[in-house]
Design a protein around this ligand. Sequence first.
Ligand SMILES: C[S@@+](CC[C@H](N)C(=O)[O-])C[C@H]1O[C@@H](n2cnc3c(N)ncnc32)[C@H](O)[C@@H]1O
Length: 361
Amino acid sequence: MSDTPRPAEHPAPMEGGGAYNRNSAVQASGLLPAIDLLEQAARAMPVDDGAGIVIADYGSSAGRNSLLPMATAIAALRARVGAQRPISVVHTDLAGNDFSALFRMLESDPQSYTASDPAVFPSAVGRSFYGPVLPGNTVTLGWSSWAVQWLSRIPAPVPDHVQAAFSRDPATRALFAQQADSDWRCFLAERSREMHRGGRPVVLTMASDDEGRFGYEAVLAAIYGGLLAMQGEGLLAAHELARMVIPTVGRTRADFAKPFEQKEGGNFEGLRLAQLEVFSGEDRIWAGYEQSRDARAFGASWAAFSRASVFPTLALGLEAEPGADRVTPFMDRLEEEMAMRLAATPERMRMPLARMVLTRA
Ligand SMILES: C[S@@+](CC[C@H](N)C(=O)[O-])C[C@H]1O[C@@H](n2cnc3c(N)ncnc32)[C@H](O)[C@@H]1O
């Protein structure tokens, strides 16, 4: 055991066993405004130059939220190339992602884009998108939703929160901003290398609004408050809490545009930023609460959302105990604590999101 906070090496993938698929309705509705951009990109990308048609889905998790975007892109492409031409769909995520859940869902879900199209070939790659994922010059259409806000590493411990955006320490916030900038450039350069000429990656990701606000204030307060309470109850050691960090960032419009604006002609490593918009995502949990006035359901929904997407990363801070599963009780208790806190004063969550289209020059 050590008293020194030790940053985890990597964010953990989403909760497995299909839990992310069941608890990601917030993401499912948040990504809708980017689907028309993907459809337009599928209509505009080159299909007549002899290259195979390859759609890459970067940060797919277990895939349910990819069904609608993939089906939309495939329909737009089918209208151009007919029913026979093979289309590859490559779902990519971290190596520890639950790819079995993804393939089972593709086979069994009635909404699956494979259901009525025998010329679509799904596959998967378990590699970080902050490195090469696919061979150069092969991807014709890219999609990434709710994924690029995850950093490649935790640049520093966060002394007073689990989310750097809410830290009162400017040095910590600056280190996260630097990491966000270098990771964004790395993501862009890797995608540019993979894209076929004229290929288009479409990205939907968490962002910060023009006032620099990350959003999700009550959710993050409930996570951190819940963890402090668990520490007070002796369920968590101080050094374990100290190394629990959610390495996500909300980049601003200026942050997304910076690599392009610093280059003459707006061409960053062969990519151009064709369209960028930061907008406010719809909080569908709040919308449900406005109808039902069920505060418990409100708290439970945000807690389940957090469990599926960020608790596995927080659990990386736990000290392993031989022969004991500390992760499940940790997640169960934190979910319960969060749900209770959020139910006490339901509020609409601010959810800044960015949608953009890039083109390979
Ligand atoms: C919130 S989920 C988004 C899943 C889905 N695209 C959606 O819209 O609901 C974020 C996904 O990004 C993945 N991810 C995070 N960092 C990554 C990286 N460096 N490389 C690949 N995937 C990553 C996570 O493992 C997770 O599955």
